[in-house]
Design a binder for this molecule. Structure first.
Ligand code: NBY
Length: 823
């Protein structure tokens, strides 16, 4: 090998080598020399340098994959909430130390470059972040996986507060360059829409049907590296971007209408313009269905034509791939594969169904009935007429099967129809996924059980073996190793560094809960992390927080079912008692209440709640009598980056959804692994957290799911709680009085009346139990040694919540894709 073709990764893994590569990128990539380089120049050069180090591994992974043709996972997800890439790439490639030293020899601070990175916010919340954790784990575990999704030009909106009210700004994350992506315009594929279906006589004399599309766009792939942790593997994430097709433009150009041609271009490119910011209630908008079909059609075509070797017999597809459907958003892939096999490949329907029904598995992420996606048939038929026909045919066969099984139960058969008739005729995507998928899984034990017993009960009776559970997890690389370097150092010192890829090893910390010196250092680290977030908030927002207080943190999307209002009622009640003189401030545990939450822009009540949190916060923070003892911080624009500094500083993790509503939660796991104690309901993965950590180290409160159901069945009257509970009444009255809105009683009236007269998520019913649990929190916090013991045990017993374990469960229960160890 000549010097020039020696891979850089084997040649330059030294400080000098790095510095040379970095300067070369700065000079020849950015076109500046060091003395004139902006921070952004330096960041971009740095990112590209690190990328080069990973490149050899990526190419090698791809080469071996092509050679082995091992069974892989294709994770189909409309969202991948990746977070910043630089740190993760440095960690995975083992370059952290070299880079830090190299940069400092040039007088550059790595932390400054880190902060220059704009995170790709290509997801709403838990579902999108889960996808990012999963692909990290698969790469780290040497499992072949390709992530397929959408390259939104604008990610989740940037949240700002104006007078405490949420105002959304577009998230122009690509503006300063995106060094982590590799566009491949030459590999673009065409995606069709609209038109009609025609009947024709094929060469074999058979009458067939085919789609005559009305318009099409190009899907351009952008590849991203997904590096495994120190294992030499780099998997691929492929995000699709929409572009106008040339043919499309040309016809119009030829007719001389330049303006129309440009309009057409904009129209096509709209498809991947923006991420829909609704995190639970799907809007049923045509553009959204376009997005879904767009990325799924491009992905299937890419997999079949490019990833599979030439001449691959598609009858063997189920041995080669699992398409995992991340919620219903990619479910249109099912009729698309049928269309490819039947219409394009000329297969019999039954052959095609036999293959298709072995290739997909479906993960459900919700329990809210209004969150289950349905597509009105008139919309679907207009956009994808052939797919609608195929869905009808799948449904006909399914209903015929059901009528055999349940000859005397037509009501049940209709309940289970993939096509709903009311309020409009519409396709139920969850049902389609359940019928066509090999497996259906929920994301925590309780959630999977409720799916089986309630949401999809008819289906679980008909297909008992399809239903399974895989409890969610989070990647310990990003959420412990990178987010909490101080704690990571302490853990590694105690038990070695194997925990980063084998999180069950954290159990080795158990005995150290009894070690006073270990506890002292653990506490010191928590305090250090509080100072770190205090610095961040001071610089970013000019907010002052007192690190010598309990950090009580609630971060998640703003939603009624998550019950930020319950947290708020606790705060208002405390404030009311102190200011009315019934409670001595000296006896109150000093706390910093921290919130982070975006509301869907169209969710007016959620935006009101944000307004109220900020208003209460302002009042409390301005009260000199409370200074240094009680404060509320609500940094705007909570995202992955902020989570990484906020969560490690938390003492108390708020997981207070109404039982039976939060599918799993994953923030709860991140807090646990960073040594926070949880106050929570028996909901989602809280159930498993509590079981693992033990009742003594978890503050449980509230109605259980069966109790919620009973109460609602009996008839729930929130005002009864208002009338019988004096502190609740005083808190609500204080809000209603205008105390937080300059005396204007109208401002927060909708929140108060909603709670008094509707309260869909039973905040008032759980109020007293929550207050009592908070009193137990105060008592426990008063004993720092005991509290720290519990905190250490939370870490030691949290190993189960690694997304590596989730991936093992998917592999064992759903995919059956063994790892492919490196050569
Ligand atoms: O998925 C969340 C669940 O609420 C949470 O309990 C769970 O831990 C997490 C991972 O399994 N769901 C979620 O984040 N959902 C969305 O973000 C979402 C996004 C878009 C749409 C619906 C839901 N949509 O219909 O457009």
């Amino acid at each position: 090998m000549t010097e020039n073709s020696t891979p850089i990764a084997t040649r330059e893994r030294t400080v000098d080598g790095f510095v040379r590569e970095f300067l070369r990128e700065l000079n020849f990539g950015q076109g500046v020399d060091l003395s004139r380089a902006s921070v952004n120049d330096q960041y971009l050069a740095m990112a590209r340098t690190v990328r080069h180090y990973l490149m050899v591994r990526w190419l090698e992974t791809l080469r071996r994959q092509g050679e082995l043709q091992a069974k892989s996972v294709a994770y189909l997800s409309a969202e991948f909430l990746l977070g910043r890439q630089l740190d993760n790439a440095l960690l995975a490639s083992g370059l952290e130390d070299i880079v830090e030293e190299g940069l400092s020899s040039l007088g550059i601070d790595l932390a400054t470059l880190r902060d220059a990175e704009v995170e790709p916010g290509l997801g709403n919340g838990g579902l999108g972040r889960l996808a990012a954790c999963f692909i990290d784990s698969l790469a780290t575990m040497n499992v072949p996986c390709i992530g397929y999704g959408i390259r939104y030009e604008y990610g989740i909106f940037q949240q700002t507060f104006v007078d405490g009210w949420q105002v959304e700004k577009p998230d122009d994350w690509l503006a300063l360059g995106s060094p982590w992506e590799f566009p491949h315009p030459e590999a673009a594929v065409r995606v069709n829409f609209g038109g009609s279906v025609e009947q024709y006589q094929a060469d074999d004399g058979v009458v067939r049907r085919r789609w005559v599309p009305g318009w099409s766009v190009l899907a351009v792939p952008y590849n991203y590296m997904v590096p495994g942790f120190e294992n030499g593997r780099v998997n691929t994430l492929r995000l699709w971007s929409a572009q106008a097709t040339h043919a499309f433009d040309l016809a119009i150009f030829n007719s001389g209408d330049y303006a129309e041609a440009v309009r057409a271009q904009t129209f096509a490119e709209n498809i991947t313009k923006v991420l829909y910011p609704e995190d639970s209630t799907p809007q049923g908008k045509e553009l959204r269905l376009q997005q879904q079909y767009f990325f799924v059609a491009a992905s299937l075509k890419n997999f079949i034509d490019e990833v599979l070797p030439e001449g691959f017999d598609l009858h063997n597809l189920p041995d080669r791939i699992n398409f995992q459907l991340n919620d219903t958003h990619p479910v249109i892939a099912i009729p698309e594969l049928m269309r490819i096999l039947v219409d394009e490949k000329g297969w019999d329907w039954d052959d095609a169904w036999s293959v298709t029904s072995k290739c997909f598995a479906y993960t459900c992420h919700t329990l809210l009935p209004e969150a289950l996606e349905v597509w009105p048939v008139d919309l679907l038929g207009r956009l994808l007429p052939r797919h609608l026909e195929i869905i009808y045919r799948i449904n006909d066969a399914f209903l015929a099967e059901l009528r055999q099984e349940y000859p005397d139960d037509e009501l049940r058969v209709r309940r289970m129809s993939i096509i709903a008739e009311y309020p409009v005729r519409a396709v139920r995507m969850a049902y389609l996924a359940t019928v066509a998928g090999t497996k259906v899984n929920g994301v925590a034990e309780l959630h999977s059980q409720l799916l089986r017993d309630k949401v999809l009960n008819d289906f679980s009776e008909y297909y008992p073996d399809k239903f399974t559970n895989v409890t969610n997890g989070v990647t310990p690389r990003r959420f412990v190793r990178l987010a909490n370097p101080a704690l990571s150092g302490l853990i590694t010192e105690a038990i070695g560094d194997g925990w980063v890829t084998d999180l069950d090893k954290l159990s080795g910390l158990e005995p150290l809960a009894e070690d006073a010196e270990f506890r002292r250092r653990f506490r010191e680290i928590k305090l250090h992390n509080k100072h770190r977030i205090a610095d961040v908030l001071a610089t970013r927002d000019g907010t002052v927080v007192n690190p010598d207080t309990m950090f009580d943190v609630m971060v998640k999307r703003l939603h009624e079912y998550k019950r930020q209002t319950l947290k708020l009622l606790h705060i208002v009640s405390l404030y009311e008692q102190v200011t009315s003189g019934r409670l001595d401030i000296g006896s109150v545990t000093p706390r910093t209440f921290a919130f982070g939450a975006k509301a869907a822009p169209g969710y007016l009540l959620a935006k009101q709640i944000i307004g109220l949190i900020n208003a209460v916060g302002r009042t409390i923070n301005e009260d000199p009598a409370l200074e240094g003892r009680l404060s509320v911080v609500f940094p705007a624009n909570y995202n992955v980056t902020l989570a990484e500094t906020l969560i490690p500083a938390a003492d108390l993790s708020e997981q207070i959804s109404l039982a039976g509503k939060e599918a799993s939660g994953t923030g709860n796991m991140k807090f646990m692994l960073n040594g926070a104690l949880t106050i929570g309901t028996d909901d989602g993965a809280n159930v498993e957290i509590r079981r693992l950590v033990g009742d003594e180290h978890f503050f449980l409160f509230g109605l259980t799911e069966p109790e919620v159901e009973q109460l609602v069945d009996r008839g729930y009257h929130p005002s009864a709680y208002y009338e019988t509970n004096a502190s609740l009444r005083r808190a609500l009255d204080l809000i209603a009085s205008g105390a937080f809105s300059n005396g204007d009683r109208a401002v927060f009236e909708p929140i108060v009346s909603n709670l008094l007269h509707e309260d869909r998520f039973l905040a008032l019913a759980d109020f007293q139990a929550y207050i009592d649990a908070q009193a137990r929190v105060d008592a426990a916090y008063a004993d720092p040694e005991q509290w720290t013991r519990s905190a250490v045990l939370n870490v030691a017993r949290g190993g189960f919540f690694s997304s590596d374990r989730s991936m093992r469960d998917y592999i064992d229960r759903i995919w059956h894709t063994p790892p492919v160890p490196p050569a």
